[in-house]
Design a protein around this ligand. Structure first.
Ligand code: F0G
Length: 448
């Protein structure tokens, strides 16, 4: 098999500012060793997130010029609407400025004290929005999904037996919906199988519960199904995506991921009453229902992105380039969450730095070192982010879509392998200051 090349050529370039180790040592000290505090111009390869960081295509940029900025009933809204229902055949399509705005509106309508919402794993903003209403967010991913080293083709699957128990204990009347996050970001970007979605659907039918999909990375999930699940090799990714959404009653979407845009999101619903309440809330905080916090040009870019993201040469390159990074560092003995997920490689910092106890934040130490060594910015997902609730000590290297070439990734590999050679010298860290909530964004650190 020949090299899987980037299925695009570069029309516009964004220069990267080269920095020296001395400069980076200075910059990171200035931010008290918090990577969120860095000025992005001091970062060489930014793997902080795959959200809102995609490179748009020439087609999308052309669409931006075509954007119709009418307040109500803009043509761009109708193109957006058609593009969404082509894949996600729901009755109501409600644009929002990003994914969490869709979540905030949905849970304001269906959440509240005494309610519980199960999911394979709630993403942070989903959990926060559920809990903000007084409801409880419950994670029910399969056992394999909790262990970094356990290999399973669909590590994002819901524990269906666990879900049944949960429904019996909680009572269906206290569960406004069941959710599935595709792919499971918090568990390593792991996919959910069609069979699992079908099983969750039939359990929902049994108890008359709606199924809502967190669709952020639906295209990557659909391509994993094509590659890994029996009976799907011959289907197009679009057919697979349609099959997924036909099993659900609605979805929340961050267009900043699998719609290949820099801002945007939407909420889809079949339930007329929910949709009416959602639109009423939308008008309060986002805007009129045909633009929902977005410019007409953004809706246009989403419509085009949703079409492009299902191109199979794109998805093949996408999943392969993430896997390539994971494969190379894993072969050199760097422990990672396996198998590699769709949008990111997660280094298991606890296993990588066994001499640094959890209380001294091995993930933070590693993330800082990757920046000092090579200007790479990843993010700690462990005891800094979740304090005592952290189940794993990970450093996530999220790959922006269509942004970096193979030589950028080769460089990232070289930097990680260099840090690997002298990992015994890495030191633990302590927090010297922290805010009352969401400490990872602004906390100060120092070496112990
Ligand atoms: N759901 C999932 C699974 C996500 O990964 C995200 C965002 C959201 C919802 C919220 O969407 O950012 O548009 O409001 N994840 C980003 C990340 C921030 O870095 O993983 P949003």
């Amino acid at each position: 098999m020949k090299t899987i090349i980037e299925p695009f050529r570069i029309k516009v370039v964004e220069p990267i500012r080269m920095t020296t180790r001395e400069e980076r040592t200075h910059c990171i000290r200035e931010t008290h060793y918090n990577l969120f505090g860095l000025n992005a111009r001091d970062v060489l390869i930014d793997l902080l997130t795959d959200s809102g960081t995609s490179a748009m295509s020439s087609g999308q940029w052309a669409g931006i010029m075509r954007g119709d900025e009418s307040y109500a009933g803009s043509e761009s809204y109708y193109r957006f609407y058609d593009a969404v229902v082509d894949i996600m055949p729901f009755k109501h399509i409600i644009p929002t400025h990003q994914g969490r705005a869709a979540e905030k509106i949905l849970f304001s309508v269906i959440g509240g004290e005494g309610k519980k919402i199960p999911n394979n794993t709630h993403f942070d903003t989903t959990r926060a929005n559920v809990e903000f209403t007084g409801a409880e967010a419950v994670d029910l991913v399969i056992e394999e999904g909790k262990n970094p080293q356990t290999v399973h083709p669909f590590k994002g699957n819901m524990d269906v037996a666990g879900l049944r128990e949960f429904i019996k204990e909680t009572g269906a009347e206290n569960i406004p919906c069941v959710m599935l996050t595709l792919t499971n970001n918090s568990g390593g970007g792991q996919p959910v199988s069609m069979q699992n979605i079908r099983e969750v659907r039939s359990l929902c039918d049994e108890y008359e519960l709606p199924l809502i999909i967190d669709a952020c990375r639906f295209a990557e999930n659909a391509y994993f199904i094509k590659l890994r699940e029996e009976g799907y090799a011959g289907k197009s990714v679009k057919e697979i995506a349609r099959e997924i959404f036909a099993l659900a009653d609605g979805c929340t979407m961050s267009a900043k991921k699998d719609a290949l845009v820099n801002i945007g999101g939407f909420l889809c619903l079949n339930n007329d009453d929910w949709a009416m309440s959602a639109r009423n809330l939308l008008i309060l905080t986002e805007g009129f229902p045909t633009y929902g916090g977005l410019a007409g040009r953004d809706l246009e870019a989403i419509a085009i992105g949703l079409e492009e993201v299902l191109h199979e040469d794109y998805l093949q390159y996408r999943l392969r380039s993430t896997e390539y990074l994971g494969e190379k560092i894993s072969a050199a003995g760097v422990p990672i969450v396996r198998p590699v997920g769709g949008h990111a490689v997660y280094i298991d910092a606890a296993a990588f730095l066994p001499h640094i106890p959890k209380a001294q934040f091995p993930g933070q130490s590693l993330a800082v070192e990757l920046y000092v060594e090579g200007g790479i910015r990843g993010v700690e997902i462990g005891s800094v982010m979740f304090a005592g609730a952290a189940k794993m000590e990970l450093v996530r290297l999220a790959i922006p879509r269509r942004v970096y070439t193979q030589s950028h990734i080769d460089y990232v590999i070289e930097v990680i392998l260099e840090v690997n050679r002298r990992k015994d010298k890495l030191r633990g860290m302590k927090i010297t200051w922290e805010p009352p909530v969401l400490r990872h964004f602004t906390a100060h650190f120092d070496y112990v």
